[in-house]
Design a protein around this ligand. Structure first.
Ligand SMILES: C[S@@+](CC[C@H](N)C(=O)[O-])C[C@H]1O[C@@H](n2cnc3c(N)ncnc32)[C@H](O)[C@@H]1O
Length: 169
């Protein structure tokens, strides 16, 4: 296991994934699994320390997962690291992900089923980004949103994605 983690550490992408965890959101396991699949640097659990590991399907063994007491602690950590927080939610004033210029290093911050992102989380973000929807539902599942966001980042920045006109910068 250590060898696999060390191998993954060689090729992790410089984005983090943070999720607010005030109500034991069942999506967290699934988000950890996607973070592993997209080689995220680290998953930051914000709020309650305990999270439901079921959806992770043991991928959490290979994924760095850290805990932040609250949004304030996440902000302090991100500032110290020099990493901008990008809130992902469809709230007034957000910008569409399809045209968003993802910073290479960033923390994608997701909200929970029901309440969505807290006002504090939105205030802490450098940008608020939405996944454009076309149907009648108000939102998609948080773990689905996280997978879309990670995929969007990867298409912009991963050196493994071939690009027209030469290698990725
Ligand atoms: C089920 S949503 C609930 C909040 C949502 N704003 C609402 O009004 O229903 C839970 C989380 O999933 C993510 N999410 C869901 N749909 C999204 C979308 N279309 N664009 C960006 N994020 C979305 C956000 O992180 C959100 O906080």
């Amino acid at each position: 296991m250590d060898a696999i983690v060390a191998d993954l550490d060689e090729q992790r992408h410089p984005f983090h994934v943070a999720i607010e965890n005030w109500q034991h959101d069942m999506n967290i396991g699934s988000i950890v699994r996607s973070a592993n699949a997209f080689a995220a640097d680290t998953v930051q659990i914000v709020g309650r320390r305990r999270w439901n590991k079921r959806g992770a399907m043991v991928t959490d063994r290979y994924q760095h997962v850290e805990h932040r007491e609250d949004v304030e602690s996440l902000v302090a950590w991100a500032r110290a690291e020099g990493i901008p927080i990008i809130a992902i939610d469809n709230v007034p004033g957000c910008v569409p992900m399809e045209t968003f210029d993802w910073p290479e290093r960033c923390v994608m911050l997701f909200g929970q089923e029901g309440p969505g992102l807290s006002a504090e989380a939105i205030d802490a973000a450098e940008a608020v980004v939405e996944i454009t929807q076309y149907g009648s539902t108000r939102s998609i599942n948080a773990s689905a949103a996280a997978a879309v966001a990670m995929y969007s980042w990867v298409t912009k920045h991963s050196p493994l994605v071939p690009r027209v006109g030469g290698p990725a910068n």
